[in-house]
Design a protein around this ligand. Structure first.
Ligand code: FUB
Length: 448
C-alpha cells in the first residue's frame, strides 16, 4: 500500500508543483515567461534567475542565469517542472563565465521543438573587446526537451529576447531586440535567416524597448513589448495587418510594477478559449529585482480587438480545490485596514506568506474555490494567536458564517479544526473576517 507521504515525495521528485496563485513557481526564481500550447498542455519557458554565486557572473547586482527549466500544466494550476532543459555549459559558442541565459522562446514545427535563447558569446567586439549577445537554437523531439544546441548561433543576428511566430502560410518569423525591435524571416530549417533583419518602425522612439511577443487573433497581428516610458518597464502593444507590420502603437497592457521591478517580460496565449498574460515581478525578492518570479492573469479583448489593461493580481488564475491548502494571503480583495500580508520568513521567501488580522471586522476574500460534490465537515486553519483569537469564515453565497474558528493562545503554529455548516457544492469565494481586535496570523486553510 502506498502511504500519503510517499505519494507526496514521489510528486515532489517529479517536480510537481501546485500553485494557481501568483507567483505560480515558488521553489526557484523564474522570469521572462514564454508560454505556448503544445499537445493540449501549456508549456512555459522562463529564464532561471539565480542569486549571483560568489565570484561568478558578470556583476554582483546583475542578472545571473546558467540554465533553463521548462514547466507545463494542463489546467494552469498543477505545474510540472521538467527540470533543466538546457545548460549554458553544453552550448559551444556561449561564454559560460557570463551566466547570460536571458529570455528564451520555443516553437513547434513538423513535430520538432525549436528552443531559441540569447547568451553572451565567446566572440569579442573588435572595438570594446567585450562579449556580445547572439541568439542560438536548440532542438528536441519533445516540448519538455532536453534540447540539443546547434554548434553556432544564428548567423546575422545580434541581440536578445527572441520570439518566433509561424504564419498560417507556414512562414516563420524571428523577432528580437537590441535597442530597436527587429524581425526577419526564418528558413524552413528554423535555424537560419531567410531575409535581412528589419527594424520595426512606428514604435516609441525614446525609452528602452525589448522582449517582443507576436501573435495573431481574428486577422489582426499584435506586436507586444516591454517599454520604459517613464522610469521602469511597462507592457505595451502595437497592432498591424501582417507579421512584419506596419504596426501602429495602440496602448498599454500592464502598467509599471507596483513592486518597482525594473523589468517586465511577458507572453500572451489562448488556452481553452481564454486568453492569458504571463509576466514577471519580483514578489519573492522584494529587495533585488534581478531575482524574479513568473505570474499569470487573464487577458481580455474589446470588441474592436484592442486589449484591456491587465491588473496584476495575487490570486492568479484557475480554481483552488477546497480540500487543498487555500493560501488566503494570495487574496482577491482585502479590507483597507486591520489586515496585512507578510513573508512567513523574510530570509527564506520561498516559504511563502501569511495573513495577519489585527482589528475586529477586518476581512479578505479569496475567489474561485471549488467545493466539489463532497460533504465538507470541518475547516482546518494553520494559525497563531499570541493572546488567542476568533475568525469567522463566510462564503459569497451565504450571509451567515459557515465556521467560527476559536484559536487558543500560543506562540507556535497550530492547526485548528472547526466544524462547518452543511454546504452546497459549487465554486465560491471564501471570506475570512476577524471577530475581535486580537492578533491572529493565518498561513492557510482547507476544508475536509
Ligand atoms: O532576463 C534578462 C532580461 O531582462 C530579459 O532578456 C529582458 O527582457 C528583461 O526581462
Amino acid at each position: 500500500m502506498i502511504r500519503r507521504g510517499s505519494i507526496l515525495s514521489l510528486l515532489l521528485l517529479n517536480g510537481y508543483l501546485v500553485f494557481s496563485q501568483n507567483p505560480f513557481i515558488r521553489n526557484q526564481f523564474t522570469a521572462d515567461p514564454s508560454a505556448h500550447v503544445f499537445n493540449g498542455r501549456v508549456y512555459v519557458y522562463p529564464s532561471h534567475d539565480i542569486p549571483v554565486p560568489d565570484g561568478k557572473g558578470l556583476r554582483k547586482d546583475w542578472f545571473c542565469m546558467e540554465d533553463y527549466h521548462g514547466f507545463s500544466s494542463q489546467n494552469l494550476v498543477d505545474w510540472t517542472d521538467h527540470g533543466v532543459i538546457l545548460s549554458q555549459y553544453v552550448v559551444p559558442w556561449v561564454d559560460s563565465t557570463t551566466y547570460s541565459f536571458w529570455a528564451p522562446d520555443c516553437i513547434e514545427r513538423n513535430g520538432k521543438y525549436y528552443f531559441y535563447f540569447p547568451a553572451l558569446s565567446r566572440e569579442r567586439d573588435s572595438v570594446t573587446k567585450r562579449p556580445f549577445f547572439r541568439i542560438g537554437v536548440a532542438i528536441s523531439d519533445k516540448p519538455e526537451g532536453p534540447f540539443v544546441p546547434q554548434a553556432k548561433p544564428i548567423k546575422g543576428v545580434m541581440g536578445i529576447d527572441p520570439c518566433v511566430f509561424i504564419e498560417k502560410d507556414g512562414q516563420a518569423y524571428l523577432y528580437w531586440s537590441l535597442g530597436h525591435i527587429y524581425v526577419a524571416k526564418l528558413k524552413d530549417n528554423m535555424t537560419e535567416l531567410d531575409s535581412e533583419p528589419m527594424i520595426i518602425a512606428n514604435l516609441p522612439e525614446k525609452g528602452l524597448k525589448e522582449g517582443p511577443w507576436v501573435f495573431e487573433r481574428n486577422g489582426l497581428y499584435y506586436l507586444t513589448f516591454p517599454h520604459v516610458e517613464h522610469n521602469i518597464e511597462r507592457l505595451e502593444y502595437a497592432m498591424g495587418h501582417g507579421p512584419m507590420g506596419p504596426f501602429t502603437w495602440t496602448g498599454v497592457i500592464m502598467d509599471e510594477s507596483p513592486m518597482n521591478c525594473w523589468t517586465n517580460h511577458h507572453s500572451i496565449v489562448e488556452f481553452k478559449g481564454q486568453w492569458y498574460l504571463f509576466y514577471h515581478q519580483n514578489a519573492l525578492s522584494p529587495h533585488f529585482d534581478k531575482n524574479r518570479s513568473i505570474c499569470i492573469d487573464s487577458l481580455f479583448f474589446n470588441a474592436d480587438g484592442t486589449i484591456r489593461k491587465v491588473l496584476p493580481t495575487h490570486r492568479g488564475v484557475g480554481l483552488t480545490n477546497a480540500s487543498q491548502k487555500i493560501e488566503i494571503d494570495r487574496y482577491s480583495k482585502i479590507s483597507e485596514q486591520g489586515v496585512e500580508v507578510t513573508f512567513n520568513d523574510t530570509t527564506h521567501t520561498f516559504e511563502g506568506w501569511k495573513t495577519i488580522f489585527s482589528k475586529k471586522g477586518a476581512w479578505l476574500q479569496y475567489n474561485s474555490v471549488d467545493f466539489e460534490d463532497k460533504k465538507y465537515e470541518n475547516v482546518e486553519v494553520k494559525c497563531i494567536a499570541p493572546k488567542g483569537g476568533v475568525v469567522e469564515v463566510r462564503l459569497n453565497d451565504i450571509n451567515t458564517p459557515i465556521a467560527k474558528i476559536v484559536i487558543p493562545p500560543g506562540n507556535q503554529w497550530q492547526v485548528i479544526k472547526s466544524k462547518v455548516v452543511p454546504l452546497k457544492p459549487g465554486i465560491k469565494h471564501v471570506i475570512v473576517t476577524s471577530a475581535d481586535d486580537r492578533k491572529v496570523e493565518i498561513d492557510w486553510m482547507r476544508f475536509e
